[in-house]
Design a protein around this ligand. Structure first.
Ligand code: ARG
Length: 488
């Protein structure tokens, strides 16, 4: 069967729909009364925020924004890795050596202390015993241990916040693993009653052999809870607190097995099927650095904050070359540099491994963040050069029926559907690809038609088309977490 679109009717619909919403074009109440929990970023206290954490932060943030724009009630949770036996070690190391450190780069110093104490534990079993006791004390909420733990958390969050500020990412909740430490007894209780919790080498586990998976450990032989137990407690809590329709976990594919296991065990918690069906691991691939080009200090460990700073600096240099007299250079460099990193991260299906190469991501002519910003800035300057913004009444539909314009109209028509597909598949790259296409289409149109000359009605019509592209490019980029510069 062949379909023909009635171009005129399509154009008329798009124009009217756009005119009724303008800056809110694409926004809807589609997800009304649906609750979406998104667990993302979730770095570990006293450990570096690595480039994998950057990916979950960016993917999670883009999903968060898009769900929200479609009217869902969205809850963003930074499930901090702030608990576990390693904190017993951290406390021991800190007690012993803290005077040797200045904590100007707190995470580096804490990591160093952690490496040292681990080495000592290997040599000396009695030190390991002390570490275990520290963790027990922390679990029992003894003052001194809790104080130190709070200090680690505070120092780490201060560092993480520098990154969140640069990216302008915010969370609704910072309830991390520690938050669930007093909520795991209930999980163990329910699992025990279900008859599925069995002893194995002193530990308590749920056997998952019928699902072809290794057993899920719930309690270690010394009685301590683990990562998985805290995640199960979090599922119970989130179901009750947020009544979620979906609970998404934006976490690297290395944790595929972990999530398959806990989603299976969650079925034993007596929750409504709605909740266990709503659990979804939104996994993503690794980041490979194109070697030799990254300013790394030790091997391949890239400090994310350094990487973002470098992006800003490099963008600044390019701007300096292209447009030396531009004003607000620093602000623009920040938007372009950070935007380039964000776009690169979100430009392919998330499960694919990503290649990080400065020359590619900052190429103003490539399929990049800066390219979208560049075309956006062009629409902006066209609109600024016009005497006034046209209204719908100034538009002559006949002038939009040429191939280049209709291509743009079709894209604009698709915007909301693209946003829906982003949330259907939890794939922000569908929006990235869409924005590149729209930017290219506008570029073709711009090269083939004079906008600010000739017949008044025709000029206004082309201006209105430019205006629609301007809004959709900005809105779409903002949903991905990218800010638009006014000039470039
Ligand atoms: N802190 C973990 C890590 O850095 C990620 C936590 C993900 N969220 C969760 N609910 N398990 O690997």
């Amino acid at each position: 069967m062949n379909f023909y679109i009635n171009k005129k009717l399509l154009t008329k619909n798009v124009l009217e729909e756009f005119d009724s919403k303008k800056d809110n074009y694409g926004k809807s109440a589609f997800g009304k009364d649906k609750n979406i929990v998104i667990d993302y970023s979730s770095p570990n206290i006293a450990k570096p925020f690595h480039i994998g954490h950057l990916r979950t932060t960016l993917i999670g943030n883009a999903l968060y924004n898009t769900y929200k724009y479609l009217g869902y009630n969205t809850i963003g949770i930074n499930h901090l890795g702030d608990y576990g036996t390693q904190f017993g070690k951290m406390i021991e190391g800190y007690k012993r050596w803290h005077e040797e450190y200045k904590f100007e780069n707190p995470i580096e110093d804490l990591t160093d202390i952690y490496v040292r104490i681990n080495e000592l534990c290997k040599e000396d079993e009695s030190v390991l015993e002390l570490c275990r006791e520290n963790f027990k004390k922390l679990e029992n909420k003894e003052e001194y241990e809790v104080k130190l733990w709070e200090k680690f958390k505070e120092l780490s969050l201060k560092e993480f916040d520098k990154i969140y500020d640069l990216l302008d990412v915010k969370f609704d909740s910072l309830n991390g693993e520690a938050f669930y430490s007093d909520k795991i007894d209930e999980v163990i209780d329910i699992l025990e009653k279900s008859g599925k919790l069995v002893e194995s080498q002193g530990a308590k586990v749920v056997d998952l052999s019928d699902k072809s998976m290794p057993p899920c450990i719930i309690c270690k032989s010394n009685g301590s809870s683990i990562y998985a137990t805290r995640d199960l407690a979090a599922i119970l809590y989130r179901a009750r607190e947020y009544d979620f329709d979906k609970c998404l976990y934006v976490v690297a594919y290395e944790q595929n097995l972990h999530f398959r296991q806990i989603f299976e065990v969650a079925k034993l918690l007596g929750l409504d099927k709605k909740y266990t069906d709503g659990l979804e691991h939104v996994s993503y691939g690794m980041v490979h650095l194109k070697s030799g080009k990254m300013s790394t200090r030790e091997g391949n460990v890239v400090k994310v904050e350094d990487l973002l700073d470098e992006a800003i600096q490099r963008a600044g240099k390019i701007l300096e070359e292209k447009n030396p007299n531009i004003q607000n250079k620093e602000d623009i460099a920040k938007k372009v540099g950070i935007g380039a990193v964000i776009f690169n991260d979100l430009s392919n299906s998330r499960i694919k491994d990503e290649i990080f190469d400065w020359d590619t991501i900052l190429n103003f002519q490539g399929e990049t963040g800066p390219y979208i910003q560049y075309i956006y800035v062009r629409t902006k300057s066209v609109l600024e050069n016009a005497e006034n913004l046209p209204t719908l009444a100034d538009v002559n539909i006949e002038d939009l029926l040429n191939e280049e314009s209709i291509e743009i109209i079709k894209s604009i028509y698709n915007f909301e559907d693209v946003l829906k597909s982003v949330t259907d598949k939890n794939e922000p790259y569908l929006l990235s690809k869409y924005l590149i296409e729209l930017a290219k289409k506008y570029s073709t149109f711009y090269n083939n038609y004079k906008i600010l000359s000739g017949d008044k009605k025709q000029m206004n019509t082309r201006l209105y088309l430019t205006y629609m592209v301007n809004v959709v490019l900005r809105k779409g980029a903002n949903l991905l977490g990218i800010k638009m510069p006014d000039k470039m």
